[in-house]
Ligand binder design. Structure first.
Ligand code: PLP
Length: 447
């Protein structure tokens, strides 16, 4: 019975030898795992597989180990800044800049003309100043790091005043009150969930107060009977009380979104212009650049941050600097709306999107329906852009799973029991791939 069957299984060495090519350690490890798993199955009464089957399964294990885990997917969800899919796609200019410095050496911390040591911060300082209107700027790993750093360096051991309506969770368990605890600053909450007034901040500030922190409500809306003071009103309170004012904008928009029919997203320039001391924002949300956190504001404060050991611990690499440099360069040159994928997608004309959706629908026997694309990524909450999608027929979960099996995987969204594919978040050059994937998914579904 099964004991004889188990004895007929090949040894690890024999299986590994039959696999042949491949890094020896990995092949032996895979062969061992394969033999162990098969032995367990056989003891459970499963038949002994052919030797060739074991060899091919072992090869499969080796290949899976060596295959890169991070791979490209096609985002047909209609959410432009999808955190799970990597947020902002980069401009061609940014990608080229990264590639140029990635493979070789660069002047990252080297001042070429005098042949002296330089600072990596210099590469983006001037562009941050120019695009935001701030006196100075600093880049760290992401906006969460920026917030933590600002609080720790400038408010540790002292009080920071936050509106109850803004002591929120931003996503992925990132909660403002927790960040404050981590930074060593003490949270003082003021106002109520729906209404907080400038006078609430004034009343709460005392000798222990280091700063007022304003947090942009990125991923939710409080609608109806609500009040939050403007940045300008808070500047007055902060000045009068002699405390600092920090603004966590989250998305860090540099353009006026009302110009293309969207609701107004607060811009960095508005905060700086109002007199906020430090503004923090993400590089890979509406800015349309690489993952990073940008701190912009008053010269002496930014200089203090730059000198702090945390600036070293949270510093960005040369690829990020290259991509950010190129992205901010697009804003400085006035070409951001035409060069950055985030803005190209958001502004793609309805007629173009509809035409593409129609072609996709033809490829899979689906239909074209009107829907909304979302900005996502903690910007313009509840705000959609009118779009046209291809709605596929068939069991939604099954069809979506088939699309995910495509190479590259096509990620769709499911709405009211049907798979919807939004061309707005797909590069037009990928249309062929999408059409092939969706027609295959339908064929497989019917078979
Ligand atoms: C997204 C967001 C953050 C976190 O930014 P990351 O760059 O993802 O670290 C912090 N604050 C607000 C208000 C946000 O919207």
């Amino acid at each position: 019975m099964s004991n004889d069957a188990v004895r007929s299984l090949p040894s690890v060495d024999r299986l590994a030898a039959a696999v042949g090519d491949g890094p020896h350690v990995l092949v032996v490890e895979a062969a061992r795992a394969e033999v162990e798993e098969t032995r367990a199955a056989v003891l459970h009464g499963e038949p002994v597989p052919e030797f060739e089957v074991l060899v091919s399964r072992t090869l499969g294990r080796v290949e899976r180990t060596l295959r890169p885990s991070l791979k490209r997917v096609i985002n047909a969800t209609g959410v432009i800044l999808q955190t799970n899919l990597g947020r902002a796609p980069l401009s061609e200019r940014a990608v080229a800049a990264m590639a140029e410095v990635a493979a070789g050496y660069s002047n990252l911390e080297y001042d070429v003309a005098p042949g002296e040591r330089g600072s990596r911060h210099e590469h983006v300082r001037e562009l941050i100043r120019r695009t935001t209107g701030a006196e100075d700027g600093l880049v760290v790993n992401n906006n969460a790091a920026a917030l933590l750093m600002v609080l720790q360096v400038l408010a540790r051991g002292r009080e920071v005043i936050v509106s109850r309506g803004q002591a929120v969770e931003i996503g992925g368990g990132f909660r403002i009150p927790d960040v404050l605890v981590q930074s060593g600053a003490r949270l003082v909450e003021v106002g109520t969930t729906n209404r907080t007034y400038a006078r609430d901040y004034a009343a709460a500030s005392g000798p222990e107060t280091a700063a007022i922190l304003r947090v942009h409500s990125s991923n939710f809306q409080v609608v109806g009977f609500t009040t939050e003071p403007t940045a300008a009103e808070l500047v007055l309170v902060a000045r009068e009380r002699g405390v600092l004012l920090f603004d966590d904008l989250g998305s860090g928009c540099l353009v006026d979104t009302t110009r293309f029919g969207m609701t107004h997203e607060p811009t960095v320039q508005e905060s700086i212009g109002a007199g906020v001391d430090l503004v923090m924002f993400s590089g890979d949300k509406l800015l349309g650049g690489p993952q990073c956190g940008i701190i912009a504001g008053r010269g002496p404060l930014v200089a203090e941050l730059r000198r702090h050991p945390l600036a070293r611990a949270l510093r960005v690499d040369r690829m990020t600097i290259a991509a950010l440099n190129a992205t901010l360069g697009s804003y400085a040159a006035g070409t951001a709306l035409d060069e950055l994928p985030v803005w190209k997608m958001a502004r793609a004309p309805e007629a173009t999107v509809r035409r593409r959706a129609r072609r996709w629908a033809r490829a899979c026997g689906g239909e074209v329906v009107q829907s909304l694309s979302m900005m996502g990524g903690g910007s313009l909450p509840g705000q959609g852009v009118t779009t046209w999608c291809c709605r596929m027929t068939g069991d939604a979960e099954q069809v979506a799973a088939r699309l995910r099996q495509n190479v590259p995987p096509v990620i769709a969204r499911i709405e009211r029991g049907a798979v919807l594919l939004d061309p707005r978040t797909v590069e037009p050059k990928d249309d062929r791939l999408v059409e092939a994937a969706i027609s295959a998914a339908v064929v497989e579904f019917h078979s």
